[in-house]
Design a protein around this ligand. Structure first.
Ligand SMILES: [Zn+2]
Length: 216
């Protein structure tokens, strides 16, 4: 009698051990698949961006969430930097930042670079901007001020743009080829000067490539 009962108990125990081992193996498999998946690499790239300490030359001046275009959504990946021009000659970084902060404004980018080379950060780096259409989900956007209608940047502005873009590339291990124009996303004439001057655009990417190699 007791022998039968203990045999039955052992059988039940074995069955439960089998079920446990099955679920453990399934859990390990799931973790393993996630660990080596593109989704995890994408998650890591955004996390690295979020954890990075901004260079001291950037002034953090985030715009409020309420009433503005801020998406509140997390980037789904980080695979590029998109360059824009503000399209409003002579305006300052602060002026454009305040425009983003005005309720009803339909756009907002991560950074604005001013005519003196000053850099304002308007959005946390993990958050999706509203600037680059279908690439909002996986890029950092930079709006750049310009003195006149040609859309050409001042020397100080250009220097800051190269420096910041190189820092963003280093942080995400991006190559200069991953720095693109708004034009490359939608065909929009933005940033104007670099849409009409392919050589100047190639030079900008080259300068970013050089700056990636020599941090400063
Ligand atoms: Zn643009």
């Amino acid at each position: 009698m007791t022998k039968i009962r203990s045999r039955r108990r052992r059988r039940v125990l074995r069955r439960w051990l089998g079920v446990g081992a099955f679920f453990l193996a399934a859990a390990l498999l799931a973790v393993g698949l996630w660990w080596f998946s593109p989704a995890r690499q994408a998650y890591d790239r955004v996390a690295a961006l979020e954890a990075a300490t901004l260079p001291e030359y950037v002034t953090v001046d985030l715009i409020p969430a309420a009433g503005t275009a801020r998406s509140g959504l997390r980037l789904s990946d980080y695979t590029g930097v998109v360059i824009h021009y503000v399209g409003n000659p002579g305006t300052s970084a602060k002026g454009n930042r305040n425009y983003f902060a005005t309720p009803g404004t339909p756009v907002v980018s991560h950074f604005v670079i001013g005519l003196e080379g000053e850099i304002l950060q308007c959005l946390p780096l993990w958050e999706r901007s509203v600037a680059s259409n279908q690439r909002n989900r996986d890029t950092i956007s930079i709006e750049v001020c310009h003195p006149d209608d040609s859309g050409r940047f001042t020397e100080a502005t250009y220097r800051s743009l190269v420096r910041l873009t190189a820092w963003l590339c280093r942080t995400g291990e991006l190559s200069p080829e991953q720095v693109i124009r708004h034009y490359d996303v939608t065909g929009k004439e933005c940033p104007r000067y670099f849409v009409h001057n392919e050589a100047a655009w190639r030079q900008l990417r080259n300068d970013v490539g050089t700056a990636i190699q020599s941090p400063g």
